[in-house]
Write a protein that binds this ligand. Sequence first.
Ligand SMILES: [Zn+2]
Length: 277
Amino acid sequence: MPDLTAGAMNALSPLVRRIVAPNPGPFTGPGTNTYLVGIDEVAVIDPGPDVKGHVDAIIGASMKERVRWVLLTHTHPDHAPATARLVKATGAEVVGFAKKDKDGSGIVPDRLVGDGDTIEGTEFGLDVLHTPGHAPNHLCFYLDEERALFTGDTVLDGTTSVVSPSRGGDMAKYLASLERLRKLRLAKILPGHGDVIEDPRARIDEYLAHRAEREAQIVAVLDDGPAKISGIVGRLYVDTPDALQEQAASMVQAHLIKLRTEGRVSGRDQKSTWKLA
Ligand SMILES: [Zn+2]
């Protein structure tokens, strides 16, 4: 059994360790995965929520002067708020995509990176891929030495990646990001939530198939007649618990916006009626 107990340090390979943050829930699975890459020089990927015990666990896993970088896949509240506390203790450089504090996270990276950049450690290199969709500033990091991809919330284990237009989510971009990741020759995916994914391409294909299926279902509902998003959710997400209904509505809206851009449906927002174009 994989150890996804919060606070436990898990060596996943000679270069990669994982500590799960104590924030389990319907959106976060067992909790946010914080990854430590490297031994002599450590890159911390996604420090997680600002919980002192979690930051102490991250620092306790290395000598603190060895923590050189904090890498952010994106700045949502389950991934990034511990950054300030971790930087205060270690002096690490914050590496991220957002040019400025657009999303209210309060985090401004010391080093801005984008597609094609590399974080060079003595023991490893982490290539940066810009993968918008879940969030506009979302990055994945590719560890060349292990052909491993840190996917943040773009690909997850056990939960669905939420594409919420009200939080900068974009379904067309998300699908394009998945298509791009699919072409990489990956040995494993290290997701932002859940366990290591050992069959990357099959998992990405599942994601793509699932989204294509949802899109077809939404079109089929509208083929029966105009509907509001709440009506579409009621038809398609019958077994979805109440806690996830809002997320379901966001996903439907994200699909509808994509379809509207393609000229296939018309409609305005969460409250309005949508119909086939
Ligand atoms: Zn997350």
